[in-house]
Ligand binder design. Structure first.
Ligand code: G6P
Length: 619
């Protein structure tokens, strides 16, 4: 949520920062801005709207020159998306500029203090107050003799000690060309290590084209970057831990390639990404899964009596599939909690409960807070996460990476199928140390192995799915129905459609329709129903008939060769046969494609849907 890029070096900063911001735009696109140091003054350009419609044009008309700079792409929290509220923000002197992700909770009290002292504010943002606070400390440090221009770092450090809230920040001062200060608490921030140049970013994708060597900063770290070196101190302890890591993916992996949108690219990657999630993780001899990163012994896993899964959005839907899987294969009771509720609800958690945090980004604020609360209470916490080095991945006791590569499209797609794949593996592992027979385990493994090719075969039906999408693109409301394993898929299908096409859509367990929602059904309200040939086929068929009896158009997702449903409904998408618990891995694909094609037909910006952000690092 919001993106930060900063550069110190010998090259022109503005083009590097602008390109970085383009790569970060999926984190927020309400507005964008840049500040660059030019001969002891800071000049900034900022503009409401998407980068190529605002900031890039402005920079073209009024270029910035200089070798030190910071940039920001915004998802508005405090203050509407306007030019004035865009970052960077300046202190009272106009000589210190700040970009900020997060929320300064005590900004109003600080603002009152500065207003009483005669400060002028140009925006409604909390960030501008932080800039004034840093500037105020900087002014107070005048005359103090600092080694190697440490005055800016000291001012930032003192300001942050007064701040309540979350932040990832980049700060430059007109007095210190070639110096940039960054700090984090609750918002991700990364140092990119170059050759005679250094970068600051909220996300690896902004800098991977320049360097693969990074340092993931920890909460309370404050870094001072210069072209030839960087120094990290910690506000929280005497010494900061600095570990250099390698970015695993290439710059090309975060390009759109031949696809018009990231979302479509990511949908089409799923055969491969599911394969990546499986690679090297199946033990055929023992008929189980090998998940070394869990950092728990078999005895510790055997001692788990309950599991609580906490997540948000699409990851929460994957968690629901996980609940069904773990209960069926491992017979462990599972609770799935919205992270935003879990963190404040204070539920009783039994001893021997394992907490599982599921998150694509590893930075979702609510998931992180829920996980920290569980850790504080002494429960082991595992993360199922995609982004290597993310805060949740680093703070968990162990976990499993998805290895799905960067997911840039705001609407999550490939992360869902990878998360479900990992949850199948976890269920297999937990099941096999309990009561799951090797025959049933092997059946699951064999079916799992076929999934990547089956996904490819569904993707090859894209044209046919697109035709169906175009037929219904004018609808105002949609329903998505499924039972058991397909209920979370129905929720996910509805979420995808809402997120990117702004059509009102609801997902329900198919049989629950008759308890209220069926009142909404008429000839203009299409229903997508997942009805594979599974144990509840006949029951779901009755639910389908109930929709049909009320003249609702029906798009059915069925198992290949199903003629019975075909005879009843308006449109059919056939999927290869698989085991019931694995159907979500296939069933979600046509729903992603339907949402995608409908959104494109309606002229929506698929990769940057209104009001949303990819990674929600505020509460
Ligand atoms: C945001 C995104 C969703 C995502 C959710 C959880 O709302 O727009 O696509 O599912 O956050 O994100 P996470 O990174 O924790 O999976």
């Amino acid at each position: 949520m919001c993106g930060i890029v900063g550069y110190v070096g010998v090259r022109e900063a503005a083009p590097i920062i602008l390109e970085g911001l383009r790569r970060l735009e999926y984190r927020g696109y309400d507005s964008a801005g840049i500040a660059v140091l030019t001969r002891s003054v800071i000049q900034s350009r900022k503009k409401k709207g998407k980068i190529d419609e605002g900031l890039a044009i402005l920079l073209n008309q009024h270029p910035l020159q200089g070798h030190t700079g910071i940039g920001h792409t915004r998802w508005a929290t405090h203050g509407a998306p306007t030019d004035e509220n865009s970052h960077p923000h300046f202190d009272q002197s106009g000589r210190i500029a700040v970009v900020h992700n997060g929320v300064i909770e005590n900004y109003d009290r600080l603002k009152e203090r500065f207003m009483a002292a005669g400060h002028q504010f140009r925006s409604q943002t909390d960030t501008e107050v932080l800039a004034h606070l840093i500037g105020d400390h900087y002014a107070k440090l005048a005359g103090v003799d600092f080694a190697e221009n440490e005055r800016l770092t000291e001012a930032v450090t003192r300001a942050l000690r007064e701040v309540i809230g979350t932040y990832g920040i980049g700060v430059v001062s007109a007095d210190h060309p070639g110096i940039m200060v960054g700090a984090r608490r609750g918002s991700p921030l990364i140092i990119g290590i170059g050759d005679g140049e250094n970068y600051l970013s909220s996300d690896t994708s902004a800098i991977v084209a320049h360097t693969r060597q990074v340092v993931y900063l920890n909460d309370y770290d404050v870094v001072t970057l210069r072209p030839e070196r960087f120094d990290v101190i910690s506000l929280g302890s005497d010494t900061a831990r600095v570990q250099i890591s390698q970015i695993e993916f290439s710059a090309e992996a975060s390009e759109k390639g031949k696809y018009p949108h990231y979302m479509l690219k990511e949908i089409f990657e799923q055969g491969r990404t599911v394969e990546n999630a499986l690679r090297g993780r199946i033990d055929f001899d023992e008929v189980t899964a090998k998940l070394g990163g869990l950092n728990l012994t078999t005895a510790q896993l055997r001692a788990v009596d309950n599991i609580v899964i906490t997540a948000c959005g699409t990851s929460w839907h994957a968690a629901l599939v996980g609940e069904y899987l773990l209960e069926e294969f491992a017979h462990i009771p599972v609770e799935v909690e919205y992270a935003s509720e879990f963190r404040y609800r204070n539920p009783p958690i039994e001893r021997n409960t394992l907490i599982l945090a599921i998150t694509q980004s590893g930075e979702t604020a609510d998931t992180l807070a829920g996980m920290r609360e569980a850790k504080r209470r002494g429960h082991p916490v595992l993360a199922i996460c995609n982004v290597v080095g993310s805060t949740i991945a680093r703070e968990a006791d162990g976990g499993v990476y998805l290895h799905a590569g960067p997911e840039i499209g705001v609407a999550s797609t490939k992360a869902f199928t990878s998360q479900v794949t990992v949850l199948v593996l976890l269920s297999l592992l937990m099941g096999r140390i309990r009561m799951l027979s090797s025959q049933r385990g092997m059946q699951l493994i064999r079916a799992l192995e076929q999934i990547p090719a089956q996904i490819e075969s569904i993707l090859s039906q894209d044209e046919a799915i697109k035709r169906i999408a175009l037929k219904y693109a004018g609808a105002d409301d949609f329903f998505f129905l499924g039972r058991l394993y397909n209920f979370p898929v129905a929720l996910e299908g509805a979420l995808k459609l809402k997120e990117i096409s702004y059509i009102h859509a609801e997902g329900y367990p198919a049989a629950e329709m008759k308890h209220g929602p069926i009142a909404m059904i008429d000839e203009k309200t299409p229903t997508v129903i997942l009805i594979p040939r599974d144990g509840l086929y006949d029951k779901t068929m009755s639910n389908l008939q109930e929709i049909k009896a009320r003249c609702g158009p029906i798009i059915a997702i069925v198992t290949e060769g199903d003629t019975q449903v075909r005879a009843l409904v308006d449109d059919v998408i056939e999927l290869p046969a698989t085991l019931e618990p694995l159907f979500p891995l296939l069933g979600v694909i046509p729903l992603q494609l339907l949402a995608y094609h409908i959104a494109v037909k309606r002229g929506c910006d698929v990769d940057k849907p209104r009001n949303l952000a990819k990674s929600v690092t505020v509460e």
